[in-house]
Design a protein around this ligand. Structure first.
Ligand SMILES: Nc1ncnc2c1ncn2[C@@H]1O[C@H](COP(=O)(O)OP(=O)(O)OP(=O)(O)O)[C@@H](O)[C@H]1O
Ligand SMILES: Cc1ncsc1CCO
Ligand SMILES: [Mg+2]
Length: 264
């Protein structure tokens, strides 16, 4: 494992306050915007086909999440991905439950074929790209991160992108480098859309740390891991966890992130 300067990368992200275009689902919109604001980025939820491509030309990063799909959303996603590509802007794909229906699978495949910089999903979502039957139950993971590692490596190599598999211990690879990030809380999968919000946060770091999407992704996961662990100590259950998590994301400074990060 190479040493990653997570403190410097967090500092750069906060100094830039990157504008992130988040095309995310109805469930995630509010929590994702709040996660970005708390962490130090600037969210904009802009998805209509008529403007998504143009807007993608002026943002620091774009994130696309297929959680609550319908045809107009897919058109907006494709327009935005094309806009990001034309502008050389990094973009992240979150293929929520893409294995669940053929409509969703086709949409995820078509957007994946547009060449995201980073793919971020839970273990079942990443594993399902291998063609293996995943244990996912709708949007919730039913597989271990470990089970999806080989698929993540293969995808990263074939498509020259960074792949992040999240869960109890996250796994990130660009096909050559690999990192495992601990921390977090068992309460996190009990709060809806924290993974979707993480996808937007990965975008924020990728937008601010342009030269190395692998390092940017690891830093986003590191911040989530440290904040989740600290928020767990303050929470009484999923409801108070969400509040504590936002407060903690805002409170963590670069030195604390560096001191507490669990990277292997
Ligand atoms: N069992 C766990 N223990 C500790 N941390 C966890 C656990 N599960 C998830 N996390 C944390 O939550 C983050 C989001 O991961 P997760 O895989 O749950 O996303 P997701 O399934 O896409 O979520 P959603 O679909 O609800 O948005 C992880 O990066 C990790 O920090
Ligand atoms: C619950 C839910 N349903 C579609 S997207 C979403 C948010 C978590 O992925
Ligand atoms: Mg998800």
């Amino acid at each position: 494992m190479t040493t990653i300067a997570v403190d410097t990368i967090l500092e750069k992200m906060r100094a830039e306050t990157p504008l992130v275009q988040c095309i995310t689902n109805y469930v995630a919109m509010n929590i994702a915007a709040n996660v970005l604001l708390a962490a130090g980025a600037s969210p904009a939820m802009i998805h209509a086909e008529e403007e998504a491509g143009e807007f993608a030309g002026i943002v620091s990063a774009l994130t696309i999440n297929i959680g609550t799909l319908s045809p107009p959303w897919i058109a907006g996603m494709k327009a935005a991905a094309a806009g990001a590509k034309a502008a050389g802007t990094p973009w992240v794909l979150d293929p929520v439950a893409h294995f669940a229906t053929s409509y969703r699978a086709r949409a995820a495949q078509e957007i994946l074929d547009l060449g995201p910089t980073i793919l971020r999903g839970n273990a079942s979502e990443i594993l399902a790209f291998s063609g293996a039957t995943s244990g996912g139950k709708g949007v919730d993971a039913g597989d271990t991160v470990e089970a999806a590692e080989e698929t993540a490596r293969a995808l990263a190599r074939e498509r020259k992108m960074v792949v992040a598999v999240t869960g109890e211990t996250d796994f990130v690879t660009d096909g050559e480098r690999e990192a495992r990030i601990g921390g977090g809380s068992a309460l996190m999968p009990q709060v809806t859309a924290l993974g979707c919000a993480l996808t937007c946060l990965v975008g924020a770091f990728a937008g601010a740390w342009r030269d190395d999407a692998f390092e940017a992704t690891v830093t986003a996961l590191a911040l989530y891991g440290v904040a989740g662990k600290r928020a767990h100590q303050l929470a009484q259950g999923p409801g108070s966890f969400q509040v504590a998590f936002l407060d903690t994301l805002a409170a963590i400074n670069p030195a604390e992130l560096k001191a507490k990060v669990e990277i292997a």
